[in-house]
Design a protein around this ligand. Structure first.
Ligand SMILES: C[S@@+](CC[C@H](N)C(=O)[O-])C[C@H]1O[C@@H](n2cnc3c(N)ncnc32)[C@H](O)[C@@H]1O
Length: 284
């Protein structure tokens, strides 16, 4: 890690190669606000499986995120809800990149997998607050970390924090959770990893009326040596409503310039594979 972290990381904990082996505590800032505890517990529970799931990330996904950095040539990049940091690490090949997350366990794994001389840094911070006194030219949120913020109040806080940390020429790109309101249960996925094969079965069921979902994941790991292991875990997620996402962003100081339906940048249509929003600061 050759690039110093920007100043003003108060309320956040830098996670670095030098402290990853130590018992790093969360600051009061990360622990005080709920619902982070539940979310952190969820990721802590699934981590041994999630790490294997994320060993391979589709080339088309990585190409998409890297193409943004190639097109816009940002000076600094912020990856919020960075998880295991695969995308943070790829983006750091283009510009110094900071990945933030509330899960210290995930961040420790992220640091462990960084290549030498990487320009990626990791900081434990809650995305509902602008923890870094710095402006970024590109802020990304991949695989929708916002889905864990299930109230409009929390989502507004997080979007306002994005607006506060975005430079005048900056772009914010959200890969938002989008589901049609019906049970979603894709065929089980099989992921080959270094030590065997992982099967993943997911089921998403709508609950209530505010784009809330009960998401259930079942993992079964079949290592090439040793016994099988299984895990079931679930969480409540909130998807985005395409009809009001522009107004919602605007109420937080962000203007959506493009709404894409997939990583190939096709326009978003109802029933699209995904929802990718590209936003800028409203007060430019
Ligand atoms: C689905 S994972 C996505 C990880 C990564 N962006 C990726 O594409 O693989 C969502 C991440 O958001 C993080 N997260 C959830 N709530 C958060 C919050 N309030 N502040 C920061 N990170 C949060 C979780 O810990 C988790 O790592």
């Amino acid at each position: 890690m050759c690039v110093p972290l920007p100043s003003g990381t108060s309320g956040a904990v830098p996670v670095t190669n030098s402290n990853r082996g130590m018992e790093v505590e969360y600051t009061g800032d990360v622990t005080r606000h709920e619902p982070t505890l539940e979310v952190r517990r969820y990721y802590e529970k699934i981590l041994p499986f999630y790490e294997k799931e994320k060993e391979s990330i589709a080339r088309s996904h990585l190409d998409f995120w890297r193409s943004l950095a190639r097109d816009w040539r940002p000076g600094w990049i912020l990856d919020i809800g960075a998880g295991l940091g695969r995308i943070t690490s790829a983006l750091a090949r283009h510009a110094p990149t900071i990945g933030t997350d509330i899960s210290m366990e995930m961040l420790r794994c992220a640091v462990r997998h960084l290549p030498p001389q990487s320009r990626a840094h990791f900081v434990a911070a809650d995305m509902r607050r602008a923890a870094l006194a710095w402006r970024f030219d590109l802020i990304i949120a991949s695989s929708d970390p916002f889905c864990h913020l299930t109230t409009a109040t929390d989502r507004r806080k997080a979007l306002r924090a994005v607006a506060d940390q975005l430079s005048e020429r900056g772009h914010f790109v959200l890969e938002g959770l989008y589901r049609r309101r019906e049970i979603f249960e894709p065929p089980p996925r099989r992921v080959r990893h270094a030590g065997g094969v992982l099967s993943i079965n997911e089921r998403w069921q709508p609950v209530g009326s505010r784009q809330l979902w009960h998401a259930r994941y079942r993992y079964r790991d079949r290592p090439s040596m040793g016994g099988e292991s299984e895990l079931e875990a679930s969480f409540i997620a909130r998807a985005w409503e395409p009809a009001d996402i522009r107004v919602f962003f605007a109420s937080c100081g962000l203007s959506i310039e493009k709404l894409w339906g997939d990583f190939d940048r096709r326009p978003f249509r109802i029933g699209a594979k995904r929802l990718v929003a590209v936003a800028r600061r409203l007060d430019r």
